[in-house]
Design a protein around this ligand. Structure first.
Ligand code: BES
Ligand code: MN
Ligand code: MN
Length: 456
């Protein structure tokens, strides 16, 4: 297995250039302007999978963006690992905040700067290259399936349908995913939890048309003022969410679990400095790691209405809008959170406005076991290549399909991510370390090896 390092060394430049080529395709799933590019990225992933040695590679069309599937079947008596990843990326804007164009990758300070470099093209592609090594060097110890989608960043709803329709095809013992982050390059960690998500858009309507803010101001409810007040009302003075019943199903951590979670290295001063904030913010009585890993949130993602053009226009607008997300934790359900939000939002609206709540995609929270063969194999693989045992952590982000894999395919996932929180995913200047890219490729074959050995 030490031959993996040698194989990487010999193929280093090609491994990098292939990733750069994939990063040049603006596969933004949220924006229909890029539909053709999303398809191009799917094509490239399929081609590379074939070249690496995968069989039955298909580009499966869906009502949305395509799903790339490929496999290598060795023997029915061997375990089957399913690799999941996504080749779609978040929109790159605001473009003016990038130091180099988002789809023209550059290497600076040993990092690849490009949209999707860390989330998730770089991390997904490590699996293709690790597979190439195992296949070409006759080191593949089990069956493998690849399921690489193009709609993770928009909620994976077509992949959900695809899983339901293809249960037999996707049958596996375990799903292996690199789409999360570690604490640091010297502090490897493994995510054991993901938050769920409820995402809504609200529309608040006041008068039936925009009004002169002098002629009517003071006598007619301003939907933007009212929306702002309604949003402010959704947290109390302890930054606890005020929606009745919202916390009812939240799984409360035991003191031991809390102590374990807070053992992870975390420097609050560094955290504040990195973000340039005077203080952290959050629910009273919880540490930062507890807040992001184990507590639900309610955040406005965008708010608009009225006049935002140059100069000033004296207007009392007819409408105000906001996009609001709730991150959910184990115990909570996305549909229930959406319903509780909707009822409460309507109940606090004054009679001077009408409100509408529209639900977007959601996802369920997950906790992955820490005593499973898969988790132990992942920990051992990271220990082998990092020289340190990874720390179990709870990530604050969401990968909705993970809970779906459990429900539909009865398959648990291992979240072996190699990114860093500082990679600026979803932000301008997203980057992925060359160290992380090659370390991932090196670690993955050990996971296969240990997982198969430990499954016997
Ligand atoms: N890879 C992220 C999720 C993630 C990042 C988990 C870092 C843990 C640590 C994924 O691509 C993502 O961004 N998911 C979305 C959810 C989706 C429904 C848009 C998210 O978390 O906002
Ligand atoms: Mn991702
Ligand atoms: Mn993402």
């Amino acid at each position: 297995m030490d031959t993996v390092k040698q194989y990487i060394e010999q193929n280093k430049d090609r491994f990098l250039n292939e990733l750069l080529e994939l990063l040049r395709i603006p596969s933004v799933s949220a924006d229909s302007k890029y539909t053709g590019d999303v398809a191009k990225a799917a094509d490239m992933v399929a081609t590379r999978l074939k070249e690496a040695g995968a069989d039955n590679v298909e580009i499966c069309t869906t009502p949305g963006h395509p799903i790339v599937y490929g496999e290598k079947f060795l023997d029915a008596s061997l375990p089957t690992i399913m690799v999941y990843g996504h080749y779609d990326v978040q929109p790159a804007d605001p473009l003016n905040l990038w130091d180099s164009p988002p789809f023209d990758p550059v290497i600076k300070d040993d990092k690849i700067y490009a949209r999707g470099s860390a989330d998730d093209k770089g991390q997904m592609y490590m699996h293709v290259k690790a597979f190439e090594y195992m296949f070409k060097e006759s080191k593949l110890p089990c069956n493998v399936k690849f399921l690489i989608e193009g709609e993770e960043e928009v909620g994976s709803s077509n992949l959900t349908d695809f899983c339901i329709a293809n249960k037999e095809k996707l049958k596996c013992d375990l799903v292996l995913i690199s789409d999360t982050s570690m604490i640091g390059n010297e502090i490897p960690s493994l995510d054991v939890g993901l938050r769920g998500l409820s995402y809504v858009e609200v529309e608040v309507t006041g008068p039936n048309r925009d009004l002169h803010s002098g002629v009517y101001g003071g006598a007619v409810g301003n939907p933007i003022n009212i929306l702002a007040k309604m949003i402010a009302q959704m947290h109390d003075e302890n930054n606890h969410i005020t929606i009745p019943g919202f916390y009812d199903d939240v799984l409360v951590l035991t003191d031991e679990e809390k102590a374990e979670l807070n053992k992870a290295p975390f420097d609050i001063e560094e955290y504040k400095k990195d973000l340039d904030v005077g203080d952290v913010w959050g629910e009273k009585g919880y540490t930062v790691l507890e807040r992001t890993g184990t507590r639900p949130t309610l955040d406005v993602n965008g708010i608009w209405g009225g006049y935002i053009g140059e100069g000033s226009k004296t207007v009392l607008p007819s409408k105000a809008f906001a996009k609001i997300s709730m991150r959910l934790v184990p115990g909570q359900s996305s549909d229930k959170a959406t319903e509780l939000f909707t009822n409460y939002f309507k109940s606090i609206a004054p009679a001077s406005v009408k409100v509408e709540v529209r639900a977007h995609h959601g996802g369920e929270p997950v906790l992955t076991p820490t005593n499973s063969t898969a988790f132990l194999a992942a920990a051992k693989a990271m220990e082998t290549t990092f020289g340190k045992r990874p720390i179990p952590t709870r990530g604050g982000g969401s990968i909705p399909i993970v809970a779906m894999f459990e429900k539909v395919l009865a398959a648990k996932s291992v979240l072996m991510g190699f990114g860093l929180d500082s990679d600026a995913i979803h932000s301008p200047n997203e980057h992925y370390g060359l160290f992380n890219y090659y370390k991932g490729i090196e670690t993955i074959p050990y996971f296969y090896k240990y997982y198969v050995e430990m499954s016997k």
